[in-house]
Write a protein that binds this ligand. Sequence first.
Ligand SMILES: *Cc1c(COP(=O)(O)O)cnc(C)c1O
Length: 386
Amino acid sequence: MTTVTAPAVPVPLLDLKKQYATIREEILRVTADVYESQHFILGPRVEAFEKAVASYVGARHAIGMSSGTDAQLSVMMALGVGPGDDVVTSPYTFFSTAGAIARLGARAVFVDIEPETFNLDPSKLESAITSRAKLIQPVHLYGQCADMDPIRDVARRKGVPVLEDACQSLGAGYKGVKAGALGEFGAFSFFPSKNLGGFGDGGMVTTQDDAFAAKLRAMRMHGETSRYHHKFVGGNFRLDALQAAILHVKLPHLDGWARARRANAAEIEALYLAAGGRPYEAGGLLFPREAAGREHVFNQFVVRVGKGRRNALKKLLDERQIGNAIYYPVPLHLQECFASLGGRPGDCPEAEKAANETLALPVFPELTAEQKSALATTLASFSREL
Ligand SMILES: *Cc1c(COP(=O)(O)O)cnc(C)c1O
């Protein structure tokens, strides 16, 4: 590591304080309104935010939920997913994608990913669908949609509904349609590090189906259909009025923030190449690509590092105080808690390879020119060391 000569400019992986500074007054005003109203559970602010998200996504209904995880869980509960059922999904994703399945006693069936997009490989989907399949749950990972046309073709032929795990991808596009309007259901998260982040946990389900929308509204209220009358068992899965008010202030900024993320990703790659950064095959980096017909919103900016050097790059960036993270080091079919599913190394080779090669880098909208340059030159020097 002695030949690297980048300037020492700290670069956080994400700096939410800068974003907050641009909208502070408005946030303080709407949160003060909520305090004055003393109305904290559901109500007009949640309804207004739901309408705004439904219209933004292009879905008939949006139902505010307590988190992305609870959004996924509620859809599965509304579909009656349970013991004896399969939910077919990606092994390369955040834990909750499969955690929700397991909590209901159903079996997660993992289909390997495409190396270019890190998303479920449609060509491997059909053979994974048995008569037990109750739901297909593709993930739009890092801010880019899965290849939904062939996924929907298989789903339609097999008669299985699709839940998009769009938790990282509010605003992402596929052939002119937004994530969350591509399947029967979409699940979103407003965890603070997502592109639309709340001041705490929050989530949303989108759907085109009137009857399911009504069921999901009851599901988040313990299955209550009229006061203290419960047709089925749900949970407390509600979005707070305070979160809805804050998120509604942020929503009009979302597209601008996504444009800045895309521009930063392109600029960092260009700076890397200009600084003599080597290609992946030579031990350098492979930058993320937008697949045909897709609009990537870069919730994460994830590169691949060749020649088994990912951990070495991580160590160097840590030393230089450049934020980075491994999403995700262990694919879900190899997680200890899913050992009973019988997953083995080699079952999903592309997911396993990605787990060993990927590193998420800073891309947030407010990165300074100095920070981008420090990041790119450090990466380029690293790539030339081999
Ligand atoms: C964040 C995330 C979730 C879960 O959302 P929470 O709001 O944290 O519960 C699910 N799936 C993916 C892919 C995510 O990134």
